[in-house]
Design a protein around this ligand. Sequence first.
Ligand code: PHE
Length: 340
Amino acid sequence: MNSDLQRIVFQAETEFKSAKSLPELENTKSLFLGKKGKLTIQFNNLKGLDEAHRKELGNELNLAKKTIEKTLASCRKKLVEDRIAKKLKSQAIDISLPGRGLNSGTIHPLSLSLRRIGEIFQGMGFEVAEGPEIETDWFNFTALNNPKDHPARSMQDTFYIENKDEFGQNLLLRTHTSPVQVRYAIDNEPPIRVISPGKTYRVDNDATHSPMFHQIEGLWLDETINFSNLKGVYINFLKEFFESTNLQVRFRPSYFPFTEPSAEVDMKFSNGPLKGKWLEVAGAGMVHPNVVANFGLQSKKIKGFAFGMGLERLTMLKFGINDLRLFFENDLRFLRQFQC
Ligand code: PHE
């Protein structure tokens, strides 16, 4: 390459490298490669040369142009990268800062229990279903083999709503979450494994009863389900929930319109402050054939078990709480004792 060209190449490379921004680089580029750029002028001069010189100088000019373009491309790339790096730096967040408001809240003990109960049953393959708190008479009672004027209805006195629903059905605040299971069993095909947690209402108010409380009910329907499946599932649940393999559990005969046979489930701790006392924790039984039929299923073929328990009661036993009203008074001295 002749010395003139070498000078131009050197000059271009130095100027490209000292450009501080992309627009500056593009301006510098035009000084060499633009219409009136130093290299372009050299190309234009080729016209006046004889063939041998034109060929020789032409080759050198092409080489010079390639060298300049290569430097230009790498300078451009560097400026783009610098711009991105600068932007990232200016937008960086310091994730090592401790979060604000840490330790300013706790999870309500009922929510803690509910989460744990959900986890345990989901671990056994149950789904979780929710439903309306204002129910029709049919879903809350009649579908569950508890017809109008049946004395068993008095076990679950509730709050009635004056208006009827769009089909003229009586409305009430649900007394248990069993109606969710009716809805679920009508909408799904067996095998069905579902728990239904939620708020429930009854006309009760003292240290162990509140007009609003929470239930979790469970239902397993399939062709081969029997009472030992109920015992296996429920005893396993209690052991996991109370984190104890030393629990004694008994199924005491009882009556519910929707199950046959029916049982009340009692358990006994082998240590701790409640050691040695039998405590009632749930109602349970084999789903009554009339109820299976109300699900729209063949009661000769499909069997199932159901159980229902009070979330407050289980939580009181788990944490040693002696007054149910504490759950709803929102006293921070009480609530702050529960960390997740
Ligand atoms: N629904 C019953 C209640 O609230 C509990 C229960 C559920 C009992 C399922 C047996 C079977 O009293």
